[in-house]
Design a protein around this ligand. Structure first.
Ligand SMILES: [Zn+2]
Length: 171
């Protein structure tokens, strides 16, 4: 039994909270369906309170399966990475921030994170060199429903992140 005193009357838990600065990581990828060169993104944060288990990570952490993303963040991402938007996996009811190829194919977070050698699952620090980091212009903590992964964040230096606007100029 859960301790009733800790239950929120609407939901079991509120959203998790991602700590600023927040980052977008981007890496080149090949579409498994059409073979085109594309790119895939994921979010990262400087810390995370994980509402599902009450843990707090006081460290750079890569976020996956981001659902219930605040509109403020969605608007920034949409302007820059229009193929990265909330969508559902086939047969799944939960929409999350998902990458797509120009051809419309979904590149799910499992595709890009789960297996060693996947876009965001490099097997050595050298394999991180093609990952670009962008620092989002968001100064406050953001509520977010998401999962997280530790692996790749260990090898990335957030200090090398490009400013969001500067990144635009170089694109
Ligand atoms: Zn494609």
């Amino acid at each position: 039994m859960f301790d009733a005193a800790n239950d929120n009357e609407d939901e079991e838990t509120g959203p998790s909270r991602a700590q600023p600065p927040l980052y977008v990581l981007r890496v080149p990828e090949t579409c498994p369906n059409c073979g085109s060169a594309t790119g895939v993104c994921t979010l990262a944060a400087s810390g995370l309170y994980d509402a599902s288990d009450g843990d707090f990570f006081d460290r750079f952490i890569v976020l996956t399966h981001a659902a219930e993303v605040p509109e403020q963040l969605l608007a920034l991402l949409r302007a820059r990475f229009p193929n990265w938007y909330p969508d559902r996996e086939e047969g799944s009811g939960t929409a999350y921030l998902m990458n797509h190829c120009e051809c419309g194919s979904r590149l799910t977070d499992d595709d890009i994170h789960a297996e060693p050698g996947a876009a965001f699952h490099p097997t050595s620090p050298d394999a991180c060199r093609n990952i670009s980091l962008y620092r989002l212009p968001i100064g406050e903590e953001l509520p977010l429903v998401c999962s997280w992964t530790i692996g790749v964040g260990e090898w990335l230096d957030p200090a090398r992140a490009a400013d969001w606007q500067a990144g635009d100029a170089g694109a």
